[in-house]
Structures are given as structure tokens and as C-alpha cells.
Design a protein around this ligand. Structure first.
Ligand code: ZN
Length: 398
């Protein structure tokens, strides 16, 4: 993690309405127990990770928390020179060159832009009206890769293999929890649909994937997401690769979790894979992998007056570091998973269905010995190991 992003997270601290308010205190605890050790290269990321583990440990009794914490300290300690961090701040924004400016003026596809991911975020055009912008991106179905603010068009993400495989895999795992359910209880995959954040001005956003209970479709919604009267999806899934977490959080707070819209936003943040280095022992690509869950209901349960949504859970699922070190916390199935509560999925439905799949982990390794009552509350639990494996595959042999 860069110093800049650490500083940004510090400044965000005072706004955290949730468990994060105790971050400073927790950090102090951690520092006091590890005082004699040499100073870590990235203190904040280690203590944060420990805090995340503490948070996520409430989900499962299968972890030995102290081992995990010390394992991460070791990982971070030896992560010298390896860039597995991601720049969460937009401290710099590149400007389009002549070729890129010309690309914007044509009808060419995003693939034909042939841009280096490291140049993102990149301003493509200024003084553009939203309708001009919409017209251009609709031709190439690329709204979700571009940001539009006050007339400025910025490219923030690319449809890379790892970006695309991540939401495809998530979608497949999430929907498989509803295999064999009745039509009444089924979930619809809406994919990257247009969600109108301002109906009068026609401004809209596109998530990477979204989901809604089937029974909510086909009847006029009180707070529609489009002119056809469709309801907002209950669950949104976003992958952020080049896109910064800061930008995703802004979208979540401004659009997705605004009142009477979505319930949960699940984000997978793929850290940079700069210089294409590999772990010298395992040969796996160096990368930081995180899954963040934003839940409207859980935030408001903790603080009914909350106006800002921060992740209620942040799970590292197998970050790979240099010098033979690798996070061991997601090296096999059923070690790390994200749970989406049944009550959130069916938030606007009278009676959520009691599906058997709500009590087990959705994993490629099934059947697998699972302790009884694994989950605190019924929901879809997705094995992050499967997603991690597909991400590594998509990153290719080099
Ligand atoms: Zn929720």
C-alpha cells in the first residue's frame, strides 16, 4: 500500500460509522504487542489486515486468528520491493494523446483503443454533454469502463480477462445457489444494465453485474431504476482493477446505496500486477486480492444515522507476495468466503425462502465436510478460492 493511500484511509477514519471507529485503538493494541519487532514496511496494511481478520472471524470459527495475524505480519515484512499494492488515490490523471482523442471522436470499440492499463485513469474528452457521452458509449457498450463528471470523460477500467472473468465467476457461483428453486424464489441476473441515477437528465451508471429476486420484476416499483418502472436490483457486484477503491466507494455512496436503491454491493479489488513479477517459489503472480462487502442494513443497524457506507467486511483472499512468501489463507477451497445475507437479497419480499443452499458454501469442491450451522445467518456464501483460481488463470502464463 502506498503512503498516499494510507494517508487517505487515515483521513477517512473519522467518517467511518462502523467497526472502523475502533481502528485506531486496535492499531495501538497491535503495535504494543509487536513493539520489539523491526518496523514493518507497511504498518497500516498489516494492522488493517489483522483488523479485517478480526472482523471476518466473526463469520467463522474455523480460523486460528492469532496464526493468521502473525502470518500476515510475516508476509508484509518480507514484501520488500514487491509492488502488490494498489493506488487507491487518483493523485495523477493522464491526458489523452492525439491518437486517443481521435479514438473518442470515432465509433471504434474499446478493444481497438489498445491502451496501456498503467495510463489509467485517463481523461479522454472535456466539455462533453451527457447525451453526447451516452451516444458514444452505447455504440460500444462501454459505460461501465468510463467515468463521466461535469462534462469530463475519463477511462477508468479496461475489459481485461481478469476483470471480466471475476464478475462472470461471481455471477455463476451466486446464481448456482438458486439452482432448482421455484420460479417464485428465483433470482434474475441483470448483468450490466443501465441504472438511471437521474431520470430527468437521463444520467445512468452500469455495474459489472446485478441481481434481483424474480418476484419483484413485472410490477411497477415505487422507486424505479428506469423509465419502464423496474425496481433497483438488490445486489450489485463490481470488480475494480484499474479503477481505484476510492472511486468505487464514491459510486457506492453517491448512487448504489442512496436511499431506496440497492441493499448490498460486493466489490472485488484486484491489486496491480506491475512488472509482471511472480512468487519465486509458487510461481503465482504477485497480486493483492480483496473482497469488500457494503451492506446498507448492517451499516444502519450499527448506526441508524449513518450517511456514509464503508465496507462492513474486507477479506484478503490469497494475496501473493515476493520472495517465496504467499498468503496461506486462501490456498485451498473453503478457507475464505463472502456471505450475502438472505434478508438482503430478498429485502423487498414478504417472505425470503428457506433454501438449503443458504447454509453451505458455494464451492467447486462439493461435497465438502462442512460444520453444521457454518453461517451465522442464512445467505449465499461464495468460496473466494474459486474466484482467485480463475483470476490467476486469466492473468495468463506470463
Ligand atoms: Zn446487506
Amino acid at each position: 500500500m502506498s503512503t498516499a493511500s494510507s494517508a487517505a484511509e487515515d483521513s477517512d477514519e473519522s467518517r467511518y460509522p462502523l467497526s472502523y471507529v475502533s481502528k485506531k485503538r486496535k492499531r495501538a493494541e497491535v503495535e504494543s504487542t509487536s513493539a520489539p519487532k523491526p518496523r514493518l514496511q507497511s504498518d497500516l496494511s498489516v494492522t488493517e489486515t489483522i483488523n479485517q481478520l478480526r472482523l471476518s472471524s466473526s463469520l467463522s470459527s474455523s480460523y486460528d486468528l492469532s496464526n493468521l495475524a502473525s502470518g500476515f505480519e510475516m508476509n508484509a515484512d518480507t514484501n520488500n520491493g514487491a509492488n502488490t499494492s494498489d493506488a487507491d488515490n487518483i493523485n495523477y490523471i493522464n491526458e489523452a494523446d492525439e491518437k486517443e482523442i481521435y479514438w473518442w471522436s470515432t465509433k471504434a470499440s474499446l478493444g481497438s483503443l489498445d491502451i496501456d492499463e498503467k495510463r489509467l485513469p485517463l481523461v479522454l474528452a472535456r466539455d462533453v454533454t451527457f447525451s453526447q457521452f451516452a451516444k458514444r458509449v452505447e455504440i460500444i457498450k462501454a459505460r461501465r469502463f468510463l467515468d463521466y463528471q461535469n462534462g469530463t470523460v475519463t477511462i477508468i477500467e479496461l475489459p481485461t480477462a481478469e476483470h471480466e472473468i471475476t464478475h462472470a465467476k461471481f455471477t455463476r457461483q451466486f446464481t448456482s445457489a438458486f439452482n432448482n428453486v421455484s420460479a417464485q424464489d428465483d433470482i434474475c441476473v441483470l448483468g450490466a444494465i443501465k441504472l438511471y441515477t437521474n431520470l430527468p437528465s437521463n444520467e445512468y451508471q452500469e455495474p459489472d453485474a446485478c441481481f434481483i429476486p424474480r418476484r419483484l420484476l413485472g410490477q411497477p416499483a415505487q422507486n424505479p431504476c428506469d423509465r419502464n418502472g423496474n425496481p433497483w436490483p438488490s445486489i450489485i457486484f463490481e470488480v475494480a482493477s484499474s479503477e481505484t477503491l476510492q472511486h468505487v466507494k464514491a459510486k457506492i455512496n453517491k448512487f448504489w446505496l442512496a436511499p431506496n436503491r440497492c441493499e448490498d454491493v460486493i466489490v472485488i479489488k484486484l491489486g496491480n500486477w506491475e512488472r509482471r513479477c511472480r512468487n519465486t517459489t509458487t510461481r503465482r503472480p504477485l497480486r493483492r486480492l480483496r473482497c469488500l462487502k457494503f451492506c446498507r442494513a448492517a451499516t444502519l443497524r450499527q448506526n441508524p444515522n449513518a450517511t456514509r457506507f464503508e465496507p462492513i467486511e474486507e477479506i484478503e483472499f490469497g494475496s501473493v507476495y515476493a520472495n517465496g512468501r504467499e498468503s496461506q489463507f486462501c490456498s485451498n477451497p473453503h478457507m475464505k468466503w463472502i456471505t450475502i445475507d438472505c434478508d438482503c437479497i430478498y429485502a423487498d419480499c414478504a417472505q425470503p425462502p428457506p433454501l438449503p443452499s443458504f447454509y453451505t458454501i458455494i464451492s467447486s469442491q462439493q461435497p465438502y465436510p462442512q460444520p453444521q450451522s457454518l453461517l451465522q445467518r442464512p445467505g449465499v456464501a461464495i468460496d473466494l478460492y474459486d474466484i482467485q483460481q480463475d483470476i490467476f488463470l486469466a492473468m495468463g502464463p506470463n
